[in-house]
Design a protein around this ligand. Structure first.
Ligand code: AMP
Length: 568
């Protein structure tokens, strides 16, 4: 297929903010589509979401490639970038200029060629890598039309901005291949949940039969998205939403770990589908020894505890274990973790997604041999008694955990969805996960560092991030325990999109947890809200961008802070 055709679809999709219209455009496009791998390009990637191979091109390399393919000096490309603020548009403009000055051949780029070159990028290693990457990209850009260049560059730097979400793709598949027949949207979603691979779902949809969709099943070793929880304020609200009785469990303050076991082969994934098996060799051993299953997929929380006192530690104290690739053994001793298993979604060759939670919960309690400070089934009671539930909640807090989760006993497991069947309750509502979208260079002692960070929440439109406050507190000046200005500056510098004086705009990627004293209405930030006294508590490398707070959550927290409340 001509890449031009895909670029034209991207243009159409960007031309409207209405989801129905986007669905209509995508539906037309899908009707004529025959190459399954183009499904990945629709979301700006080259492989399914769970695959760890990423295009990973920095702005700097993209600038070099634009310069090389258009003959325009690098400095001028940067100048244009500062003016326009979108490298894709810069490429489009400069290629348009070149086209006018030279006799430009008709576009010859195909989606196949684009995928072929882009897929070579993550494979390159060692000496001469940068040069090889540059020539692969330049080859594409040199034969691109202006609009193709726009989307090529945006794909390269991982910022497609066409506002097509998984839900739009689901609706379009249901419309195109099942004419929106009853249940088709749900069936397509279930297939997406299990496959986590749009090309596989596309193939099945093309056969226009639900049977083909149902054939898609979970595979051990292939990460799936974790089910997400909604917030409620009190135990009473929890019972109101779920009915009685329900399960009440400790809400452990650690990070999510989804465990895949196939015989002796164990894989561990975070909630952003990152494979962290190598970082947790001791966990692999626990699973081999203490989980009685030939094959299974378990959902769990890894919690840190003090190596001597055995007291549970907050998430920040162990967050460095997620990313660290060296000194693993030392870290394992210094920062031990306990695995708290709270769900099972696959067992000995069969998916358990559709089974009610009470059955799944019983099954996992049968197959896990509890070994405190290694691996245990989550602490749980099943009750309809408010008083008992509140006692349990208090006990969880006393044990240094965050609060409790309340779960509907009859509910299935819904990957990737924020469902009303699983509710979280924490006493301190005043914390949010946000993304850094800007910063300012510091003065005096902090000069050379980015020292004040603009925080944003998700807006209403896909890909929209709205500012809600600035944080500088809670970050250390020295590289001791906790995160330092130096470290944050290092992480954020490659993500700078624009610079003006001391201020920089940053590509939304780095997610942080902050606490704050109050939310106020404010004309100073484009979200309409401002956090008073925000304080940085942790980097969240385990959370994907899709899971940061949205405007609704901010509004909810605002109205909640007005209500005075205590436990339950
Ligand atoms: P939050 O990160 O605030 O949205 O809270 C949801 C997270 O709590 C889940 O993604 C898990 O990582 C974590 N969690 C801790 N304990 C449990 C539990 N017993 N059941 C489910 N999730 C839990």
């Amino acid at each position: 297929m001509k890449y031009q055709k895909l670029a034209e679809f991207y243009e159409q999709a960007s031309s409207t903010t209405k989801r129905l219209e986007k669905t209509e455009f995508l539906s037309k496009f899908l009707k004529e589509l025959s190459e399954r791998d183009v499904m990945y390009l629709l979301e700006g990637s080259i492989y399914p979401e769970y695959d760890e191979r990423r295009i990973g091109i920095s702005n700097q390399l993209a600038i070099k490639a634009i310069s090389k393919s258009t003959g325009v000096e690098g400095k001028k490309v940067i100048h244009e970038w500062k003016k326009i603020g979108d490298l894709g548009k810069v490429a489009q403009k400069l290629i348009e200029n070149k086209k006018q000055s030279t006799l430009f051949a008709k576009s010859i780029l195909t989606t196949q060629k684009v995928l072929e070159n882009l897929r070579k990028l993550p494979e390159l290693e060692g000496k001469g890598t940068v040069g090889k990457k540059l020539s692969l990209i330049t080859e594409l850009l040199s034969s691109a039309s202006p609009v193709e260049a726009l989307y090529l560059v945006r794909t390269l730097i991982g910022d497609l901005r066409i506002g097509i979400q998984e839900s739009t793709i689901r609706e379009s598949l249901a419309k195109t291949f099942f004419k929106d027949k009853e249940d088709s949207s749900r069936k397509v979603q279930e297939a997406i949940d299990k496959a986590n691979d749009l090309a596989i779902v596309f193939d099945a949809c093309k056969k226009r039969s639900f049977k083909e969709l149902e054939k898609i099943s979970l595979e051990v070793g292939k990460p799936i998205k974790a089910m997400l929880a909604q917030k409620v304020l009190t135990i009473a609200d929890g019972f109101k939403a779920l009915g009685k009785p329900c399960a009440v469990e400790y809400k452990y303050d650690g990070f999510r770990l989804i465990i895949h076991k196939q015989g002796e082969e164990i894989k561990l994934f975070t909630r952003s589908l990152e494979n962290v098996t190598k970082q947790f060799p001791e966990v692999v051993e626990y699973i081999k020894k203490y989980v009685l299953a030939k094959s299974c997929i378990l959902d769990s929380e890894a919690v840190g505890f003090h190596k001597k006192t055995k007291e549970y530690q907050p998430f920040q104290s162990i967050s460095q274990r997620i990313r660290r690739k060296y000194d693993i053994e030392k870290l394992q001793k210094e920062l031990p973790v306990e695995i708290n298993v709270f769900d099972i979604i696959y067992y000995n060759g069969k998916s358990k997604l559709e089974e009610p939670f009470e059955k799944r919960s019983k099954l996992l309690r049968k197959i896990i041999k509890n070994h405190p400070y290694k691996i245990i089934a989550s602490k749980q009671i099943i009750t309809g008694d408010g008083k008992r539930a509140k006692e349990f909640y208090k006990k969880a807090l006393k044990d240094n955990q965050e609060g409790v989760m309340m779960k509907n006993l009859k509910a299935p497991y819904k990957p990737g969805r924020r469902v009303g069947n699983m509710l979280k309750i924490k006493p301190e509502e005043r914390d949010l996960d946000l993304v850094i979208t800007g910063a300012e260079y510091g003065k005096g002692k902090r000069s050379g560092w980015l020292s004040s960070f603009i925080l944003s929440c998700k807006g209403k439109k896909p890909g929209e991030y709205l500012e809600i406050g600035k944080v500088g507190t809670g970050i250390k000046e020295k590289e001791e325990q906790g995160i330092s200005f130096g470290e944050l500056t290092k992480k954020l510098t490659p993500l700078i999109i624009k610079e003006k004086g001391k201020s920089v705009t940053i590509k939304p990627k780095i997610i942080v947890s902050v606490t704050y004293q109050e939310i106020q209405r404010s004309p100073n930030y484009n979200s309409g809200w401002a956090l008073r006294f925000p304080r940085f508590t942790a980097l969240r490398p385990d959370k994907p961008l899709s899971e940061i707070a949205d405007l609704k959550e901010v509004e909810r927290d605002f109205s909640r802070q007005k209500r005075n409340w205590q436990y339950g």
